[in-house]
Write a protein that binds this ligand. Structure first.
Ligand code: SF4
Length: 161
């Protein structure tokens, strides 16, 4: 235990200083979230690059939780879906069902170029379409993969913090 305290003292705080809050207003569906958003992540067919960056966004350096965003395990506990990847044919129906399981008001964030417009997988035989072709999208995060800062900024746009 003493060793742990020594390590905490030696390492100190690793989180990046908080940048200014995003100037963009939240999407209308997020107006009722009042500073806190519970997020269910859905991989609809990603290469996992976007997942690595989402993991970083919730890690100790970028620390999205300090702005009121929290990952949850069930869509029934969520306010928002964070969807990555082009939507594959096998994931179109599970994504629709996951969306329907999120209570209203609900928000969908398409994370990464594949989620926005199928990216490098556009036209592939197993791809049903972009996320907006399957469920309504309220916010998009560009990049392949998007930087963790961009993911955090989108989450801060939802929480307003
Ligand atoms: S946007 Fe890039 S990193 Fe994300 S799923 Fe597509 S190919 Fe992978």
């Amino acid at each position: 235990m003493v060793g742990l305290w020594r390590k905490i003292r030696a390492v100190g705080r690793v989180a990046e200083p908080a940048p200014p809050a995003p100037a963009a207003p939240p999407p209308p569906a997020a107006a009722a979230l009042s500073g806190s958003v519970q997020v269910r992540h859905v991989d609809a067919g990603s290469c996992n690059g976007c997942e690595v960056e989402i993991g970083s966004a919730f890690g100790p350096v970028y620390d999205a939780e300090r702005y009121g965003a929290r990952l949850v395990a069930s869509p029934r506990h969520a306010d928002a879906l964070l969807v990555t990847g082009p939507v594959t044919r096998n994931m179109a129906e599970p994504l629709r069902r996951t969306f329907e399981a999120v209570p209203q008001p609900r928000v969908v964030v398409a994370v990464g170029d594949c989620a926005r417009n199928c990216g490098v997988f556009a036209g592939a035989y197993g791809v049903a379409g972009a996320v907006r072709d399957v469920v309504p999208v309220d916010l998009e995060v560009a990049g392949c993969p998007p930087r963790p800062e961009a993911v955090v900024e989108a989450l801060r746009t939802l929480t307003g913090r």
